[in-house]
Design a protein around this ligand. Sequence first.
Ligand code: ADP
Ligand code: ADP
Length: 226
Amino acid sequence: PPAVELDGVTRRYGETTAVDDLSLAVREGEFFTLVGPSGCGKTTTLRLIAGFEDPTQGEVRFSGESVTGVPPEDRDVGVVFQNYALFPHMTVGENVAYGLSFTDPPGGGSAEARVRELLELVDLGGMADRDPDTLSGGQQQRVAMARALAPGPDVLLLDEPMSALDAKLRERLRVQVREIQQELGITTIYVTHDQEEALAVSDRVAVMRDGTPEQVAPPRTIYREP
Ligand code: ADP
Ligand code: ADP
């Protein structure tokens, strides 16, 4: 079965239909991107997968199993949101260790070893004692990724993780994110309004419009805005 599947999912807020009868299937190990303009339902879709929202209709499945009623902390997802900042009063290492607050490190090692391993993975080895505000925006986002990955989730959800960065940093970070994703082989669902970014990093792209994908395809076959 697909790693993550949405089957006829609708989410309404009063009169607004944020997600409209959306169906899609994300394969194991895939880097899958939702792209589209502001308001087309990308963030809501991610929140439905994470379990921060419940569908008004339809079903979300992980590896073929319904997650209806399963709270976010039991969903085996790591989440990095644009506005999900690091804790400023904690060091980089403490921020990553916070990702282990609710679970033991996978593989049975110590939390310290896990934090070190994750910081090396995101190319921030040796930065554990730094304060977050001494890091660049791109470095901070990689710390947030390390924190999300610490418990060893099956699925990584990234919502506009680069949008606060300038163009050059954004390009560097997206290459790094892709490398980390491939090294782990982790199923990743990525949200961006930036079509160029989506086409550069993804295995497949869902072009969203009015709460549902109007096209789901590998980047080379996606129609590009002229
Ligand atoms: P995107 O991430 O593509 O910008 P969103 O999923 O954030 O789109 O929003 C889709 C639509 O649903 C928008 O019209 C937005 O205003 C609306 N919406 C999202 N969340 C809520 C909410 N909690 N309450 C009311 N409307 C919402
Ligand atoms: P994005 O940057 O992806 O468009 P937003 O800034 O629109 O996301 O939304 C951030 C948060 O606010 C989300 O949790 C979303 O569900 C909520 N939200 C979005 N639109 C509305 C709305 N019209 N009313 C209430 N909450 C909303």
